[in-house]
Design a protein around this ligand. Structure first.
Ligand SMILES: [Zn+2]
Ligand SMILES: [Zn+2]
Length: 372
């Protein structure tokens, strides 16, 4: 399923897998996450070295034991942009005591918790959670006893406390195999693909449609076409570089486009302050999302004349335009409305210039309300 969305999938044959003899098979004993974790990273590095994988767009995921390993690896490295986890444990004490395989953890860790307390701690992601930076999606069956459902609650609560984006889906009536209701399997894949779409390409990549125009100043560091193509590999885009000495000619853009852009920004900032909205200002993704939303709103049909008028004032176009709508009238006319998203009653931040829905901060920016 991941491959259908363009992801290259590496399924490494790490230690604990069959086919390489007993030593390899039992090689995870006493280091049940550390050692296979190293094997997986070795495979990732090989793909990067061979130029097959893009180191800026790595994601990771796994179910069951692969969930344990994913949980562990996001504590060991921040190189993965997103993680999708299913039924994975993040510690071994409750896992030993509550799962339906009473021997497994005790075998893998060389004894019971009171015999090997240090090893139970060393091999458990929960004690290293403060190192996680990776947005993490979690699914589990509500009555899973192979990997107790409590492990997923523990993971989700830890990430929430640490402020890492996370989402937990518990499928009611499902055990470890998730095979009681085919819809659940479908929902699992659908939500995981959405998570990868949202966080997987996190490096400085504005969220724009397939077609767009990009204006750049003539500084040589900015007008590097190679860098540009690396950021927008799939877009049918065009790059316009302002020639040297042309700053004066683009001043009128300040009056229309750039002023409107600032207006949007200011409104979002005010909303955040007034409503004490939680957000992480250190998060680069926050800025990318916010500016992508502003770009997308200003690209909406109601602003066509507004954008055109800037080009006319700059004498780039020679046309007469009709009525000019400003963001103030299109998006910010009403304040005392409530978000139209399902089960959301937060105050509205703006009215979408595309679909006219009233949306709160969360449903506009965090949930990326884009018309691409
Ligand atoms: Zn909309
Ligand atoms: Zn909302």
């Amino acid at each position: 399923m991941m491959a259908t969305e363009g992801w290259l999938v590496l399924q490494p044959n790490y230690r604990d897998s069959s086919g390489y003899g007993d030593e390899f098979l039992y090689g995870v004993r006493l280091k049940m996450v550390y050692r296979p974790g190293k094997d997986i990273l070795f495979g990732v590095d090989a793909l990067i070295r061979d130029g097959i994988a893009d180191p800026r767009q790595l994601t990771i995921g796994g179910y069951s034991y692969d969930g344990y390993l994913t949980n562990w690896l996001i504590t060991q490295t921040t190189r993965f942009n997103a993680a999708i986890i299913g039924a994975g444990a993040i510690e071994h004490v409750i896992d030993w005591g509550a799962n339906d395989m009473p021997k497994s953890n005790a075998y893998f860790l060389g004894g019971y918790p009171w015999q090997m307390p240090t090893r139970y701690q060393e091999e458990a992601a929960v004690f290293e959670m403060n190192k996680v930076k990776t947005p993490t999606h979690i699914v589990t069956g509500g009555i899973d006893v192979r990997v107790p459902v409590a492990e997923s609650y523990l993971l989700e609560r830890s990430l929430r406390v640490l402020g890492i984006p996370t989402k937990l889906i518990v499928f009611p009536g499902q055990g470890h195999e998730l095979n009681n209701n085919p819809w659940h399997e479908k929902i699992k894949v659908r939500e995981e693909l959405k998570w990868l779409q949202k966080y997987g390409h996190i490096f400085l990549r504005p969220l724009v449609g397939r077609k767009f125009l990009l204006f750049l100043d003539c500084w040589t560091t900015q007008t590097d076409l190679k860098k540009f193509r690396a950021v927008f590999p799939h877009q049918d885009s065009q790059l316009l570089v302002f020639p040297e000495g042309s700053t004066g000619h683009i001043q009128p853009q300040d009056l229309s486009l750039f002023r409107s852009w600032r207006y949007f920004h200011k409104k979002i900032e005010h909303y955040v302050h007034i409503n004490r909205t939680e957000m992480n200002l250190n998060d680069r993704q926050y800025f990318i999302n916010m500016h992508s939303i502003i770009h997308n709103q200003l690209s909406a049909p109601p602003f066509k004349n507004l954008i055109k008028s800037g080009f006319i004032q700059a004498k780039i176009l020679n046309e007469i335009v009709g009525e000019i709508n400003k963001p103030k009238d299109v998006c910010f006319k009403f304040y005392d409305l409530y978000c139209l998203a399902i089960r959301c009653e937060k105050r509205t931040l703006l009215t979408c210039a595309w679909c006219k829905r009233h949306l709160c901060y969360y449903h506009l920016i965090e949930d990326l309300h884009l018309h691409l």
